[in-house]
Design a protein around this ligand. Structure first.
Ligand code: ZN
Length: 135
């Protein structure tokens, strides 16, 4: 029987290693303390997959977090339009900007983490740590 591969989407959501879907990508489960928000082990504790594939690898996550932020703004705008609604007659657009900034600020820690998770999933496939010999 084939070994069941854990669902990729679920593994992303719970921030597991892209290669084995078992090891945690981040040292701390929660986002606190914020100083250690992006603290990761150098390699996966379960399968030894290297996380920072090359020096400066994480710079690319800037694009991912930008995309997530834009997507989030889009979703907030739709929700806002459906609930509060936009109008010229009042200041709803300014209120919207406030809500948007506050939401993005609150979500920032998760956006930063998920951009690393998504970014690493692009480069590391399931079972990769077994194929590429240990560097
Ligand atoms: Zn792993």
């Amino acid at each position: 029987m084939k070994e069941k591969i854990p669902n990729r989407l679920v593994s992303k959501l719970i921030m597991k290693c892209p290669s084995c879907h078992k090891g945690n990508m981040f040292t701390n489960k929660g986002i606190f303390p914020l100083n250690d928000l992006l603290k990761m082990p150098e390699r996966c504790p379960v399968c030894n997959q290297k996380y920072e594939i090359e020096v400066g690898f994480w710079y690319g996550t800037g694009y991912v977090s930008y995309a997530i932020s834009v997507g989030t703004i889009f979703i907030i705008a739709i929700l806002y339009a459906l609930t509060v609604g936009f109008s010229y007659k009042n200041n709803s657009i300014y209120f919207f900007i406030g809500v948007m900034i506050a939401t993005l600020a609150i979500l920032q820690p998760w956006i930063m983490r998920y951009s690393r998770v998504l970014y690493l999933y692009v480069f590391v496939k399931y079972g990769q740590s077994k194929k590429s010999s240990i560097e």
